[in-house]
Design a protein. Structure first.
Length: 459
């Protein structure tokens, strides 16, 4: 049975990649900018980070406002990471500009920079190549055929490997002709995870403040970013870049009105604790439905990438647009899983994203209903995709036991006594309490029948 589950999981992930590849309209040569934005913070076997999910979400919005077709992925495991990367590579092939942004753990091994998915175990050096993704392989996969490649890595945090001899920070990297690579700090150095405002890292916060300046070249942008980060960290962190671009790149053309800075100007809580109805940016509110953690944002719409077929009458997840023929993976995954569990009749609690024992029991009821041996108790992306394919009323309604009738005091008996005195046409006289005692049989028969009727109706 575990082998069957593994095969099912693999099939779901392949379907995810295929769905992503066809969910977003292809970008033809010379016709656009595409971006893959990834933020990983909820690490299972490495120190958790504070800002990558917020960093990724804010960068995605800023890039979308600048005309990029953006795919967002947060807190991804290795299989999902690789599946989405493969689908994005197909889009990037014909683009004018492909941009890759990553915020999360990374390390260098043998001169190679490796990005770390949240579920990587990192306990066996022989398995690191399978558990992580090499930056050079990512760059090769997503490089446009006739366009530019831009890479931004906010990933030079402390080395996540336990007791590992690898050097701190990342190794210097040149992605080749027509490419640009920016690191949050110099090669071999460590970057800070949280900036002065607490909402973003120093590097990403500086990017967000300056990226939309009209007519600003990429090199001028990095000078501003470098100075901002140095000022915030007292000169301890200095961003670094390597460029082999053959033409100047500008995020915002000259003469284009400057957009408002995407970086929050207030002390906003992180995405996984923010109130569901808090508006963070213009009319974009956090989902009332369940951070994945997978979204595709285009310059025209806020539509999320479709990942699985869904019936037309499937409930809409607030905060995310549902594309035809598919269901959106929500920003708040626990809440989205609760919504789907409720839809299929397995969950009767409040859909609030608070994943507790009630939600886990509901997930267990779903697995029982579909005769699955899965022991999963958490709201993963794979669980969400599987739920969207389940029919309504997958879980049968749980029987509700009728409450036993409670015997009441003699007062109740007295109230029913007048019904037993209506005989011989005498309806005006009530039987005295003293006369009811010698006739127990009729007195018991009346109330018992009435209580039995109540029990049948309640059941």
């Amino acid at each position: 049975m575990p082998m069957r589950l593994a095969a099912l999981s693999s099939l779901l992930l392949r379907c995810l990649a295929v769905a992503l590849a066809f969910a977003v309209s292809p970008v033809h040569a010379g016709e656009g900018r595409v971006a893959l934005v990834i933020g990983n913070e909820a690490y299972e076997n490495a120190p958790p980070l504070a800002t990558p999910v917020r960093d990724a979400q804010d960068m995605a919005r800023a890039l979308r406002d600048l005309g990029f077709d953006v795919t967002v992925l947060t807190d991804a495991n290795p299989d999902v990471f690789k599946a989405v990367l493969g689908a994005f590579a197909a889009k990037a092939a014909g683009a004018d500009t492909a941009l890759f942004y990553y915020s999360g753990h990374a390390f260098q091994q043998g001169g190679l920079n490796r990005l770390v998915p949240v579920s990587a175990r990192l306990d066996d050096p022989a398995k690191l190549a399978d558990e992580t993704l090499a930056l050079n392989e990512i760059a090769t996969a997503i490089r446009p055929k006739d366009g530019q490649l831009l890479i931004f890595l906010d990933a030079c945090r402390t080395n996540p490997l336990p007791d590992a001899p690898q050097d701190a920070g990342l190794a210097q990297y040149d992605a080749g002709s027509g490419s640009f690579v920016a690191f949050a700090t110099a090669p071999g150095q460590v970057a800070w995870d949280k900036g002065a405002d607490g909402a973003n890292s120093p590097f990403t916060g500086a990017l967000l403040r300056h990226v939309a300046e009209p007519g600003q070249s990429l090199s001028d942008l990095m000078i501003l970013v470098r100075n901002d980060v140095s000022d915030q960290t007292g000169g301890k962190q200095i961003p670094w870049e390597q460029s082999s671009l053959r033409s100047q790149f500008r995020f915002a053309p000259a003469g284009q009105p400057a957009t408002e800075a995407t970086a929050p100007s207030f002390d906003a809580p992180s995405f996984d604790t923010v109130d569901a109805d808090t508006v963070l940016l213009d009319d974009t509110a956090l989902a009332e439905a369940d951070p994945v953690r997978l979204a595709a944002l285009s310059s025209e719409t806020r539509s999320l990438a479709t990942v699985a077929p869904v019936s037309p009458d499937a409930p809409r997840i607030a905060g995310s647009d549902v594309a035809p023929g598919g269901v959106a993976l929500p920003e708040n995954l626990p809440e989205g899983v609760q919504q789907e569990l409720k839809r299929v009749g397995c969950y009767s609690g409040k859909v609030d994203g608070d994943w507790g024992n009630g939600s886990r029991r509901a997930l267990g009821r779903y697995f029982d209903a579909v005769k699955s041996d899965s022991k999963e108790t958490e709201p993963t992306a794979e669980v969400f995709v599987a739920l969207t394919k389940a029919a309504e009323k997958t879980c049968k309604p749980q029987p509700v036991a009728a409450k036993p009738a409670t015997k009441k005091s003699g007062t109740s008996a007295k109230k029913s006594a007048p019904d037993t005195t209506k005989s011989n046409g005498n309806t005006t006289k009530k039987q005295a309490p003293a006369q009811a005692a010698p006739a127990p049989a009729p007195e018991k028969k009346g109330p018992r029948c009435k209580f039995l009727v109540v029990a049948v109706v309640c059941s």
